[in-house]
Every structure is written in structure tokens, then in C-alpha cells.
Design a protein around this ligand. Sequence first.
Ligand code: DGL
Length: 279
Amino acid sequence: MNENPKNGCGPIGVFDSGYGGLTILDKIRKRLPQYDYVYLGDNARAPYGTRSFEVVYEFTLEAVKALFDMGCPLVILACNTASAKALRSIQQLDLPKLDPTRRVLGVIRPTVEQVAAMSNTGHIGVFATAGTIRSESYPIELHKLDPSLSVTGEACPMWVSLVENGEADGDGADYFVRKHADRLMEADPLIDTVILGCTHYPVLENKIRASLPDSVRIVAQGDLVAESLSDYLTRHPEMETRLTQGGACRFLTTESQEKFADFGSLFLNEQITVEHFTL
Ligand code: DGL
């Protein structure tokens, strides 16, 4: 992979607390296969969703700095929790000091930009981690686009652990998915559009589908983020020309590389080679 931090060119960095960001990376690579990528999963410290603002910010900043050191001119926070709790501070406070020519982008804005117009009833539901729900990022961003929308969030604290521990197909997952789906629809029966506001949740999509009324549309973020990134690169040639093109992808995890290779391959439907990385 042609990484050359000295000339300012390098791969696109993609960061998540663990495996969830692979659901975003997969769609981005299908949409933009020509670029090189580095995926970094902080599996050793996942889940982030139950952690405080300060800790998520500190961990995310460490990951962004590491990806910058690897030469990435552009980093995607493929994690809603990090996007909700760390993105703004990193963009406004850290980036000007670290390197104002680099960019860090999140997944919440590209999602709401496309979802705001999808609902017929104007009632939108959001499944996300406790941290993302507490941050109110989804209602805040959706209301910037359409103040009349009704937005109901449901925190699903167990879902990431079920995915990270390979239990997404088990009976325990059925119970916890049904519980939160029922709670969301009881809170607002007029919801017709539900955002999977955590990048781990597409792994549970079949169970979520089976637990919600057929009339409710479920929106996963991968395609929306991929489309938005493609559009961003068209509008920002100064960034696009800094991205190396070779179609390569490195996978790094802060936990066991063997475990990540086994489990990550299932997410991506391809065998992957993984390196251990210490943050
Ligand atoms: N995948 C992440 C998200 O989109 C975070 C999960 C977690 O670590 O709690 O929110």
C-alpha cells in the first residue's frame, strides 16, 4: 500500500470501537474500491457505548492520531458513539493543532441528511447505544433539517455485546432485540422509519426486521455513508488527490488478531489478514 505521510498522501482511515465499523467499511469499499484503506478496531476497549463523554473522546482522539501517523489524510469515524461524543471536539479543537489539512468525518450527519425526508408520518425511531442516545445527537441533527419531526430514541445497551461476542444469532439476541423493538413502538406507535444508529446493529437486522411491524422501514447506515463520502470526494478534489489508489485494505485491532480475523471475515464475507496494534 502506498502510504507516504511525508507527501501528505495515504489511505482512508476507518475507525470503530470494534467490529461494527466493518459494516460501513464494506459498503464504502464496494462504492469506492479504488482507494486504499486502514481499518482500526479498538476491540480491547469495546464497547464504547456505555462510557463517559471524556473517555470516548480520549480513546477516539488516540485512534485518530494513530491513523494520522499511518499517513491517512482522511479518517472516517465509523462509530456513532464516537461521532456523537468526540467528532465535534476533534474537528474544532484538535484538528487545527494536529494538521488543519486533514479531515475527520462521522456517520451521523450523512445518515440524517438522507433519512429526514424518508418518513411519511414524520415520526422517526433511533436504536443506538446509551451514549449516542444520551448525547441527543440524532434529534438535534434531524431537527436542524426539519424541526417538525418527532424523534424517539431507544438505547439498546446489550446489542453491541451480543455482536462483539458472536451471539448475534442466538436466543439471547432474540430476547433483547424484541424487548427494545417493543419499547420503541410502544413509546411512539406512529414511527414508520427506524435508524440503526450504531454500526454494529446491521448484524442484527434480520431479528430487528422480525420484531418491528412490516410497515416500518429500517435504515442501515453503510450505503448512506458510502454515498456521502463519494459525494464529499467529488466536492473536495484537494482531498481526493491525496488518497492513494491501490485497492488495498489493512486491518488493525487492539485485541487478538486471530479472533478479529475469524470474526471479521464473517462480517465481510472474505478472508482477512489482521495485525495487532497498541493504542
Ligand atoms: N459501533 C459503535 C456505534 O456505532 C459503538 C459500539 C460500542 O462500542 O458501544 O455506536
